[in-house]
Design a protein around this ligand. Structure first.
Ligand SMILES: Cc1cc2nc3c(=O)[nH]c(=O)nc-3n(C[C@H](O)[C@H](O)[C@H](O)COP(=O)(O)O)c2cc1C
Length: 541
């Protein structure tokens, strides 16, 4: 009885947060009302006093082609050792470049982040491996180093970690809240989804696989990573547990227990403080409490159906090159067109396949379906289109989207691609306005609104709120890399007017919500910005 009431209450609080954090045409969600530059959070978390293990920079030694990775064709697995994890972190969460303009210099990473604020932190939990002692490590991307947060109390600790290790992600909400206020919690979840996908792509390039450990709850993960140790975070901004991913050449053992792993550890190190002062965003803390994942959940077991192979992208680059060259476009040229075949290939990559990263890491049925604003695809009339990523979604969306939509299959598309035309017409103004008046949504080849099944999944359990945002981030990361492979570029769009999008589609109520937007097109480079190599400051082989 008690847990039912608590869950209803959590559901109400999650929905209250969602509604309060919407941007509206006539008012933005509550924000800080200006940027307090003196208080800008440090983008790098460090643990003072934790022993450091410097990692080699070896991603260039990896010959795997990006084309093989996107097709789910893995090379022979790299051995489980320090140097392989070095490549995994370099390509998943490592720096990809430094940018410089005037007196400012900032780092970019392989995983994108709203406002480049990077709330997501990475951890490794591993048994004794060549070059690494057993324990829990924090990854410091600035130094490409691991900081050993915990050592085991016994020689048998971690024996159950056979054929792989755990890569866990956490989020520091303050990093995003500093700039974006209440809506920041959503951005942290998007970023986590992008990072999950980044890990899955990097693992596949090593011949490994990443898999979400869906049964692990927030408190279990917090204990294992030491996030709940008040003394280690005394004056530092807290980190919230997000996900644990199994990574390695073998599937996850069935007897993994976060509790057993965390019971046998001794911690060292103190987290650095990121800002002088932190403004509390109670709405974010409330939402995080309400969307808390309980411990010992029943694992999810979705297996996607087999599908025809993806059409070749024509990309010749290695995975290591393509992953590190990924960038967000800041502007599109408004003239580049994309061949329809390439567009179909990109959309096809958004459908789950049993072995293709990053969606093979995701054990939940597809709940997010891209609504497409088509502007410049060769041979495809501009207009609104929809990719239904599950058969069940089609019937539901047909009921939900009010208005005289066509719902005709796009005939040129491969037979297995459930791509529907809703309406023909110029969708540029609609895309621009809905994306907070950002020109990049109109000047692209196509823009996307990720429509998510919302109230239904949330009713089952409120923490699915975070999972839905993660799913949009995974899809976004696919579009980022598919765009690079096609020789164009993409940009995630967290700033959009939620209900303006819903009104356009005739969506009433909360059964469906648009949770993230995206745009893909021919980039215009800002020639004033200089690009510098990611790790020249380390002088390390
Ligand atoms: C969740 C998310 C939301 C974003 N929202 C916007 C946006 O509304 N407008 C925009 O121009 N860029 C947006 N971006 C792009 C980021 O600004 C960009 O990822 C960041 O500056 C880092 O640059 P990089 O992607 O080239 O590494 C978003 C990115 C993410 C991941």
């Amino acid at each position: 009885m008690k847990s039912e009431r608590t869950d209803t209450d959590s559901l109400a609080r999650v929905i209250a947060y969602h509604q309060a954090s919407k941007h509206h045409l006539d008012r933005y969600a509550p924000g800080p009302g200006g940027l307090d530059w003196a208080n800008q959070p440090d983008p790098f978390r460090r643990f003072a006093g934790a022993p450091r293990i410097e990692l080699p920079l070896q991603a260039d030694s990896l010959a795997t082609a990006f084309e093989s990775v996107r097709q789910g064709q893995r090379p022979t697995a790299r051995p489980l050792e320090r140097n392989s994890f070095a490549i995994l972190f370099e390509l998943a969460l490592g720096l990809s470049a430094w940018k410089q303009h005037g007196g400012s210099r900032w780092a970019l990473r392989c995983n994108p982040s709203s406002g480049n604020l990077h709330p997501t932190e990475g951890y490794l939990i591993c048994p004794a491996l060549p070059g690494l002692t057993a324990g829990v490590y924090h990854y410091l991307s600035h130094d490409h180093a691991l900081e050993q947060r915990a050592v085991p109390n016994s020689a048998t600790w971690g024996n159950e970690l056979r054929g792989g290790a755990i890569l866990a992600l956490t989020g520091i909400h303050w990093r995003e809240a500093w700039k974006y206020g209440l809506r920041a919690y959503r951005y942290c979840q998007h970023d986590c989804g992008h990072a999950i996908a980044a890990v899955a792509y990097a693992a596949a390039a090593l011949g490994w696989r990443a898999q979400w450990l869906t049964g692990w709850g927030d408190d279990e993960l917090a204990a294992l990573l030491g996030l709940d140790r008040a003394q280690d975070f005394a004056d530092a901004e807290p980190e919230s547990p997000e996900v644990a991913l199994w990574v390695g050449p073998e599937p996850p053992p069935t007897d993994l227990s976060p509790k057993e792993l965390s019971d046998g550890l001794s911690f060292t190190g103190r987290a650095n403080r990121l800002s002088h002062a932190q403004r509390d965003w109670h709405g974010i803390e409330e939402a995080d409490r309400a969307a808390h994942r309980p411990n010992a959940l029943s694992p999810l077991a979705f297996r996607p159906p087999s599908r025809p192979s993806l059409a070749k992208s024509g990309c010749q680059a290695s995975a290591a090159t393509l992953i590190r060259q990924r960038r967000s476009a800041v502007a599109f040229d408004g003239v580049t067109t994309l061949p329809a075949e390439r567009w179909f290939g990109m959309l096809d990559a958004l459908l789950p396949r049993p072995n293709a990263p990053p969606l093979d890491a995701w054990s939940s049925p597809p709940r997010v379906h891209p609504l497409l604003f088509v502007h410049r695809i060769d041979g495809i009339p501009p207009g609104l289109y929809l990719l239904a990523r599950s058969t069940e979604a089609i019937a539901e969306l047909r009921k939900t989207l009010a208005g005289g939509w066509d719902w005709s299959r796009v005939e040129q598309a491969p037979e297995h691609l459930p791509l529907y035309r809703l309406a023909v017409g110029d969708a540029r103004d609609a895309a621009r306005v809905i994306c907070c008046h950002q020109d990049i949504a109109a000047d692209s080849c196509f823009a996307v609104g990720f429509l998510a099944e919302f109230a239904g999944p949330l009713q089952e359990t409120p923490w699915v709120y975070r999972q839905l945002f993660w799913e949009t981030g995974l899809l976004g990361q696919i579009l980022y890399l598919e765009a690079e492979a096609a020789g164009i570029r993409a940009t995630g769009i967290g700033c959009f007017f939620d209900d303006a999008m819903h009104r356009l589609l005739g969506i009433d109520g909360l059964a469906w919500q648009s949770l993230y937007h995206f745009t893909v097109g021919g980039p215009v480079e800002d020639q004033r910005i200089r690009s510098l190599p990611p790790y020249a400051h380390l002088r390390r082989a």
